[in-house]
Structures are given as structure tokens and as C-alpha cells.
Design a protein around this ligand. Structure first.
Ligand code: GCU
Length: 138
């Protein structure tokens, strides 16, 4: 496939809760990060080959204040301080895409809040095939 989706409500969550009270999510819900530094969602992603993969985090932020997060891959910084600005409302979901190096096989991708507001509400991670045409999942 051209991409593979990983639902936040199926990922590992530290300091957050799965909810479904704001419309527009995919799957069965989304993760509401606790409003603390360090709250995170961690996805386990499998790809067939090493490469630079676009990672689209679908989120909502109903406030007017940015909720930055550090994106780490296999425990190492991949995209620090990624901005997740307000989307206009909690039911308004948008993709925030970063590109990161993944290794062949299993990778852990963590999105961790860096401010006391916690992260935005997180719906899913979409891993897209790299531009060289490698499929994102076996
Ligand atoms: C509201 C909203 C939640 C959101 C929270 C927050 O309570 O309903 O979905 O997560 O604000 O500010 O983090």
C-alpha cells in the first residue's frame, strides 16, 4: 500500500486517555494527552526497508496556543519541537507531517508533549511510502 495508518487509540499511551467526544476522528477515537510535560503516545510501526518516511500525525487543537511535541524514533530525537498549532476547534483535524529515518523492521515512534499544556488531541499516525517507492509495510 502507499500508506499505513496506525490509530492513536491503539498505541501505547503514557499520561493520556482515549476519548471520542469530538467528532471527525478516524477509527474509534483519539488520545487526549494529559496537560503535562512528557505525556506521550508511542506507535509501533513496521516497514520493510530502511528509508526516509513521511509521518503524518492527524491532530486537533481547539485552543489558540501551540502544543509542541518532540518526535523520537527508537528512542532517538527525530524531529524535536514540532509545532501543533490551533486548528480552529476540537472537531477540526489536520495532518502535521514530518519526515524521519526508519530502520527495516519494527520501529517505535513517540510523540511527547514538551509543555505543561500537554499534546494536542491525536487521532492517528499515517506512514507513507518513501519517495523511492518502497512500500511502507510488508
Ligand atoms: C478540552 C477538550 C479536550 C482537550 C482538552 C485540552 O477539555 O474537550 O478534548 O484534550 O480541552 O485542553 O487538552
Amino acid at each position: 500500500p502507499a500508506f499505513t495508518d496506525y490509530q492513536a487509540e491503539s498505541a501505547a499511551v503514557s499520561q493520556g486517555v482515549v476519548e471520542s467526544n469530538h467528532a471527525g476522528y478516524t477509527g474509534t477515537g483519539f488520545v487526549n494527552y494529559d496537560n503535562v510535560i512528557g505525556s506521550y503516545v508511542q506507535f509501533t510501526v513496521s516497514v520493510p526497508a530502511a528509508g526516509m518516511y513521511p509521518l503524518a500525525l492527524r491532530y486537533a487543537n481547539g485552543t489558540t496556543v501551540d502544543r509542541p511535541m518532540d518526535i523520537t524514533v527508537n528512542g532517538a530525537p527525530a524531529a524535536p519541537g514540532v509545532s501543533f498549532p490551533g486548528t480552529g476547534g476540537w472537531p477540526t483535524w489536520v495532518d502535521r507531517t514530518v519526515t524521519a529515518s526508519l530502520t527495516a523492521g519494527t520501529n517505535t515512534i513517540r510523540a511527547a508533549a514538551t509543555t505543561s499544556n500537554g499534546g494536542p488531541n491525536l487521532d492517528r499516525l499515517r506512514v507513507t511510502a518513501p519517495s523511492d517507492g518502497q512500500p511502507p509495510s510488508a
